[in-house]
Design a protein around this ligand. Structure first.
Ligand SMILES: Cc1ncc(COP(=O)(O)O)c(C=O)c1O
Length: 302
């Protein structure tokens, strides 16, 4: 290629260029005098407000509500959090979890599953048909009483094959098995119904956003069934030092037009912790997902 000919980048399944409108918004937010979103002073509260506006915007993309969205560093982290979090809670409860996936999944799903398998967790890796599709009957046959999660790609990142999510979700629902969908390639492009799923991963950089920002949807029903697990993950991660949710929010935020959220400090001056996790811990239900980090759960997969 001649050096004066600009390359034409076409692999938008791998990543999309950052939309100029997103780049401008990032620059605008970076220029704001924001504080640490975990702080209770005005600049911190303004940053927190931006995060919450972003959370609502991201939730609307998949028809979810804001409180169901956990910000992550990308779909790799979302997938790891969904898989290892589910398996570890089952292990903590003394169960012997069984997880099911498809051989053609992204490695951010396959690698944590293989890591769990190496630790003795039962994992079934199913083969798709020659058309790339998972036969609902094959899925049904693979499910066991101890199956804790089925992990599937909605649209395959290499072949473009779209699984029949309603049919596969119906199989899972009939057996009471939570379904985790990796919707990196479909979110914002195809209809994605969170109605059928317990967990759903997606990422900004397939949609004109920057790399390094993603989300995990956790359905209320899944949280209700396993609230202890969710809070166990949240509380340890929330209290992890050095987390700055503001950096995540900057890519997707609106300008800070909303009034700052009013904090309700405890007598000690720290926000109240609704989980009772201890003084200074800010893992209350209204704020926790801002701070959830899965650093402890993340594997080396990329
Ligand atoms: C299907 C799928 N899942 C997960 C990922 C990982 O996403 P991220 O780069 O945000 O970690 C990708 C990105 O290549 C992908 O295509």
């Amino acid at each position: 290629m001649s050096p004066d000919v600009a390359p034409i980048y076409l692999d938008h399944a791998a990543t999309t260029p950052v939309d100029p409108r997103v780049a401008r918004r990032i620059a605008d937010v970076l220029a704001l005098p924001l504080g640490n979103a975990a702080a209770v002073h005005a600049p911190g509260l303004a940053a927190h407000q931006l995060v919450e506006v972003s959370r609502a915007q991201v939730a609307s993309l998949i028809g979810a509500t804001a409180e169901d969205i956990v910000f992550t560093s990308g779909a790799t982290e979302s997938n790891n959090l969904a898989i290892t979090g589910t398996a570890r809670l089952a292990l903590q409860r003394g169960a012997k979890p069984h997880l099911v996936t498809l051989a053609t999944e992204h490695k951010s799903v396959l690698e944590p599953l293989r890591a769990l398998q190496a630790q003795g967790v039962m994992v079934s890796i199913l083969r798709p048909g020659t058309d790339g599709l998972l036969d609902p009957q094959s899925l049904a046959a693979a499910l066991r009483p101890e199956t804790a999660l089925v992990c599937l790609l909605h649209v395959n990142n290499e072949t473009g094959v779209a699984q029949d999510v309603p049919a596969l979700a119906a199989v899972c629902a009939a057996r009471g098995v939570p379904l985790h969908l990796d919707c990196c390639q479909s979110a914002g492009k195809l209809p994605v119904a969170v109605r059928d799923v317990a967990l759903l991963s997606f990422t900004a950089h397939k949609l004109g956003g920057p790399q390094g920002i993603g989300a995990l949807y956790v359905s209320p029903g899944h949280r209700g069934a396993s609230r202890r697990r969710c809070w166990a993950v949240a509380t340890s991660a929330v209290c992890a030092p050095g987390h700055s949710p503001r950096t995540r929010s900057q890519a997707l935020d609106s300008p800070p037009s909303l009034p700052p959220r009013s904090a309700k400090p405890s007598r000690s001056g720290s926000p109240r912790c609704a989980t009772g996790s201890g003084p200074g811990c800010r893992a209350c239900p209204a704020r926790c997902s801002t701070r959830i980090r899965s650093r402890a759960l993340r594997t080396s997969s990329t």
